[in-house]
Write a protein that binds this ligand. Structure first.
Ligand SMILES: CC/C=C\C/C=C\C/C=C\C/C=C/C(=O)SCCNC(=O)CCNC(=O)[C@H](O)C(C)(C)COP(=O)(O)OP(=O)(O)OC[C@H]1O[C@@H](n2cnc3c(N)ncnc32)[C@H](O)[C@@H]1OP(=O)(O)O
Length: 324
């Protein structure tokens, strides 16, 4: 697997293991509206907008839709950059769909975990330049999605004096707060992003960082004030479906688009080769341990004590939501 050819194929948008179809790790060809895809061949920029109400949490189907949409965009040679965003103005992604973890089905649970592993392989190893536009909360696997991109722009949120309107998004791997631990490859992504000591602290405490702190430790690359701009000065916004067009007219997407343009102007072969330098070893190490990782995950999640914590957590989430 870890040959020069396999490595090159990984980063050119083709997976070496997909030549041996059917393979248990290959995402099925699904097409649905869980991820809205907008493509602008003139600029070479596409946008994938996560659209799984209420919280863009990652179910098996959502993971498959993410991989499918990304692969479809990657197959278009005119596209060089992709922006990952959300239809929900307050939530980028709430992480794993916790209901997948509670009283899980024995057959579905490993398929669910495989689909998440595939998101990591496809997104972190994409030939495209990937920019996360983080408009709202990004806990746990939501943070993982953002960290799998090449660049992260986060909204400062609405710091309106009116407490009811106030909204400050947070980002981080908060798994320990749920009584679970991020898998090694996800935890290592945090180490790679913010450095060893900061990651060690953040992982143990399950810290969720508000935008300014996230910027100061390097978890995001840029933050932008929450504001509407008069009109989009780029073609991509014009192409967006009406359901997200309004919220696209904001400073966050403008910034993400500018960054996507910067990437799109770099000679692609050189950009992809430089990405391989920093990422291929990490990806291949994970692929080598993929089945072991799945077994570990299934064994861990189905433990009685873990199930108890997760059940209580889901209950608390539902109660909180019901009180609104
Ligand atoms: C060695 C390792 C081995 C094994 C590893 C074991 C496990 C795997 C470990 C790590 C991988 C990653 C794990 C995860 O991602 S776990 C998920 C973590 N996510 C969270 O903790 C976030 C939970 N959600 C929230 O805190 C809030 O919802 C949020 C701040 C995102 C938004 O708050 P807001 O007030 O705007 O909305 P809510 O009213 O709370 O929610 C609206 C609605 O959405 C539902 N919801 C929210 N989050 C989730 C979720 N993650 N999964 C499923 N459903 C979710 C919530 O229940 C509400 O629904 P409803 O009641 O129907 O209105």
């Amino acid at each position: 697997m870890n040959t020069p050819r396999a490595r090159a194929m990984l980063f050119m948008g083709r997976r070496s293991h997909q030549s041996h179809a059917p393979h248990k790790h290959s995402p099925p060809a699904v097409a649905n509206d869980l991820v809205i895809s907008t493509v602008d061949e003139n600029s070479g920029i596409a946008m994938l907008t996560m659209n799984r109400p209420p919280a863009n949490s990652l179910s098996l189907e959502m993971n498959e839709a993410l991989c499918y949409s990304l692969k479809t965009v990657e197959a278009n040679p005119k596209i060089q950059s992709v922006i990952l965003s959300s239809t929900n103005p307050k939530i980028f992604s709430a992480g794993l769909d916790i209901t997948e973890l509670v009283a899980p089905d024995n057959d579905r649970l490993p398929r669910f975990w495989n689909s998440l592993q595939q998101v990591y392989i496809d997104l972190y190893g994409s030939r495209l330049a990937t920019v996360a536009a983080i408009q709202g909360h990004a806990p746990a696997a939501g943070c993982f999605l953002a960290m799998s991109c090449d660049y992260r722009v986060m909204s400062e949120g609405d710091t309106n004096n009116d407490i009811k309107k106030k909204h400050v998004p947070t980002i981080g791997l908060n798994e320990t707060q749920l009584g679970i631990a991020a898998p090694p490859w996800m935890g290592q992504l945090l180490v790679r992003t913010i450095g060893f000591r900061q990651a060690e602290l953040a992982l143990a405490l399950g810290t969720l960082f508000p935008p300014e702190q996230a910027l100061s430790i390097g978890l995001v690359d840029d933050i932008v004030p929450h504001q509407q701009v008069e009109s989009g000065d780029h073609k991509l916004v014009d192409l967006l479906p009406s359901q997200i067009k309004d919220q696209a007219q904001n400073s966050l997407l403008q910034k993400a688009y500018t960054q996507a343009q910067i990437y799109a102007k770099i000679p692609p072969q050189a950009r992809v080769a430089s990405k391989m330098v920093t990422r291929e070893e990490h990806i291949f190490r994970m692929i080598a341990k993929r089945d072991e990782d799945t077994q570990h995950f299934c064994g861990f999640v189905t433990q009685k004590a873990v199930q108890k914590n997760l059940t209580a957590y889901v209950e608390a989430l539902k109660n909180k939501s019901a009180k609104k």
